[in-house]
Ligand binder design. Structure first.
Ligand code: GLA
Length: 729
């Protein structure tokens, strides 16, 4: 059993292969967090808690004369708010008398032999091969009839523990939930760094490390999406942790909307990390009998640096979050027409692009923005999901069939959550757009956002999607979302319930996605939000691949894909070979390098292959051969970051589970006179096996390769790249 409870039913240990998480409900019912780290035995560590009389840290009445007992100093699972813990609580309640207080105490527990589900939202699920276990701890509010259930899930093999929170109002009067974070991690001892992945549109997820001190470190989104700007995945690591050394704690929120992740040392040097829905613009009204479910946080632990942590997340997300046919089925190599034509296409152009692509071995044509309504540019048409047959010179069915006749799959772009003011939909239903009465809404890309919290809006979209997909042979959908939310006002949830709209919006998106996939279970869905603006664990539940960035520049992609790889598997990162000079940066890189970088992702093309040289057309065939040859390595193998961006070169590696085959990709990011040698280590081999290296034919044992590494015979030039293989002999 992964979950162990002490005899008194108040001590709880959650064991994974290499980690233990421990908590203890003390004599006052406060649920103390007593340990999270390397696996230990079934013994209480409550005695590690140091209590002292701390001035200005008050004492609850039940502590009586014991001035050393303070909620402001104890490490806790569900810190209270408004009653004496000044470090920030998880759940904040406004009661019917206007008081703001929440003080939860232990009242019981239950163990379930399977993984819990979070209502209305994605969460990690059990598979045939691995079932999780669940501990549900019930916490009762001291002065009201609100109950919180803390959910803890354990996936033993991957060193994963999950947390989620449900708030229930059992009282007759209404309460307002003004904050509901899913997770608090208190560490009494140790110095940590906070690793985050900030970015911007077309430059997502670069890595940043900050030392945790008394100044609060906080990232988050209030954009209604998980955002390009910060990712809902963060790491706390021991100071100076590297890829291979140091303790790392991952926190990954399964949620695609507003989030917050913060960490701070308190007055006594204890560290508190918190994660959940961002409290800004959040207020949820709970009437008698109503419940609120907060999203799941996936906690990961590594006793050996970032690589192990990442590999655990890759595995758990691939196995227990991604679903459907394409969880395991090989993904087709696609060509997307966006950068090839933008809005300027017709049937002839598309067929010419598809014809050339299919001749070279590409397996799918994706028709991007511009095929519907009145949509000659990005100023109009969103919401009018009716095929523009004039532009296509016929029906979508005809086009799809012609693409299929070429032996290719056919994919289509949608942006369901949006509405253009210049659209029939807006003219008919102006109240379907999020706008505040009496205010001019903010426009972004000249579009507004549909109120996805409304059922009638979702019904319309489902009907449109169903109609289009039922009447044309469509194998893939790119589901885009091209602006941040603001001007939040719902005609349905108006007045005091407007604080619910951000959350109800994303629940609406999940609901629509679920129903859509229920109707078209075999469709391959690719998530997108101006590239990687909604690259999060929850979206992987619907789309096993997500367009990683609107930036297709091979060199910029090194840092984007590097940052993304800390939590998300390579199989989830849409990566395409595009034209040069690159449309986002103007940089020129070789066709070969663009291929090598895109191969470490969900591979495809984003250009007109009629416009490249014959030599490059031949190279496409080689890239496709590499794609097929290395598919199982890149999509199922273990991933190692060897050298990150910002150095002279960037390198990463895949190793198959049997450790017979390894593949390294190396890309030079700068050039210097009097060039220095390029040396990389090799990781993940079996020390006892012998391997031959494809670059120089040298044979060494895995032990020698892993310790000595590889030096290239000569130093490649700027932006040049290499694929190097090791095969066991
Ligand atoms: C977003 C996507 C692009 C493309 C355009 C179309 O920016 O990220 O890939 O689909 O929209 O408008």
């Amino acid at each position: 059993m992964a979950i162990w409870t002490g005899e008194d039913g108040r001590l709880f240990l959650l064991h994974t292969k290499d980690s233990t998480y421990q908590m203890y409900a003390d004599k006052h019912g406060v649920l103390l967090h007593t340990y999270y780290g390397k696996r230990i035995d079934n013994e209480s560590l409550a005695d590690l808690i140091f209590q002292a009389d701390v001035g200005f840290s008050g004492n609850p009445v039940e502590a009586a004369a014991d001035r050393t007992y303070s909620l402001d100093c104890l490490p806790q699972e569900l810190p209270s708010s408004g009653v004496g813990d000044y470090r920030g609580g998880c759940v904040e309640l406004v009661h019917s008398d206007g008081s703001i207080a929440a003080d939860f105490r232990f009242s019981g527990y239950q163990i379930l032999p399977y993984s819990y589900k979070v209502a209305g939202m994605p969460s990690l699920f059990d598979t045939e091969d691995e079932k999780g276990e669940t501990l549900v701890v019930t916490m009762k509010e001291r002065a009201s009839d609100v109950t919180v259930r803390l959910y803890y899930g354990v996936f033993e093999k991957e060193n994963i523990i999950t947390r989620a929170v449900r708030v229930e109002n059992h009282g007759s009067s209404q309460v307002a939930l003004t904050q509901c974070l899913s997770c608090c991690l208190d560490f009494q001892y140790g110095d940590y760094e906070f690793v985050t992945f900030p970015g911007r549109h077309a430059m997502e997820r670069s890595l940043e490390r900050n030392l945790v001190g008394r100044t609060k470190l906080e990232v988050g989104s209030i954009r209604g999406t998980s955002s390009h700007h910060y990712n809902p995945s963060v790491i706390l690591c021991t100071k100076g942790a590297t890829e291979d050394e140091g303790e790392c704690y991952g926190m990954c929120l399964v949620y695609s909307s507003n989030f917050i992740a913060s960490v701070q040392k308190d007055q006594r040097g204890q560290t508190r990390a918190m994660m959940g829905i961002h409290p800004s613009h959040f207020s949820f009204c709970l009437k008698e009998g109503e419940v609120f479910d907060a999203p799941q946080v996936i906690l990961g632990y590594s006793d050996r640096g970032f690589t192990k942590l990442s590999q655990q997340y890759h595995w758990i997300l691939k196995e227990h979050m991604c679903r459907g046919k394409y969880k395991t089925a090989k993904r087709p190599v696609l060509l997307n027409n966006w950068e090839a034509t933008y809005f300027d296409f017709n049937e002839e152009k598309l067929l010419k692009i598809a014809g050339q692509a299919s001749k070279l071995g590409i397996e799918m044509l994706v028709l991007d923005d511009g095929w519907f309504g009145k949509r000659e540019d990005d100023n109009s048409g969103l919401g009018d999901w009716f095929v523009n047959e004039k532009k296509l010179g016929g029906s979508l069915k005809q086009l799809g069939e012609k693409i299929h006749d070429m032996g290719m799959h056919f994919g289509l772009w949608f942006e369901p959550e949006m509405i253009s003011e210049d659209s029939d939909l807006f003219r008919e239903h102006p109240d379907w757009a999020l706008r505040i009465p009496g205010r001019e809404p903010n426009r972004a890309r000249n579009q507004l956002v549909l109120d996805m919290s409304r059922e009638d809006v979702r019904e319309y979209l489902l009907e449109r999607l169903t109609d289009i997909l039922s009447n044309a042979p469509i194998d893939y959908v790119k589901w885009d979302m091209n602006r941040s939310l603001c001007d939040i006002y719902s005609h349905e949830y108006s007045g005091s319930r407007n604080g619910e709209v951000y959350h109800r919006f994303v629940l609406g998106v999940y609901d629509l996605l679920e129903k859509f996939l229920g109707r078209f279970p075999d469709i391959l869905l690719e998530g997108c939000s101006g590239g990687g603006g909604r690259f999060d664990a929850a979206m992987l539940y619907y789309s096993p691949q997500i367009w990683c960035s609107d930036n297709t520049d091979a060199v910029n992609r090194l840092s984007i894909q590097y940052g993304t790889s800390f939590f998300y598997p390579v199989s989830s990162m849409g990566a395409h070979v595009s034209a040069v000079p690159n449309h986002q940066t103007g940089r020129v890189t070789s066709f070969k390098t663009r291929g090598h970088v895109a191969l470490s992702g969900s591979f495809g093309y984003e250009l007109d292959l009629n416009k490249v040289t014959e030599e490059e057309q031949e190279m496409v065939k080689g890239q496709l051969a590499d794609f097929h040859k290395y598919y199982s390595l890149t999509h199922e193998g273990d991933y190692y970051r060897l050298l990150g961006p910002g150095e002279r070169f960037c390198a990463w590696e895949f190793v198959d589970k049997e450790k017979n085959h390894a593949l390294e990709t190396l890309v030079m990011t700068s050039a210097e006179g009097n060039a220095l040698p390029v040396h990389t280590i090799v990781k993940g081999l079996d020390p006892e096996k012998n391997y031959i290296c494809s670059l120089n034919g040298n044979v060494h044992s895995g032990r020698v390769w892993m310790n000595g590494g590889l030096t290239l015979g000569s130093t490649p030039g700027e932006y040049e790249s290499l694929l190097i293989e090791w095969n066991a002999i």
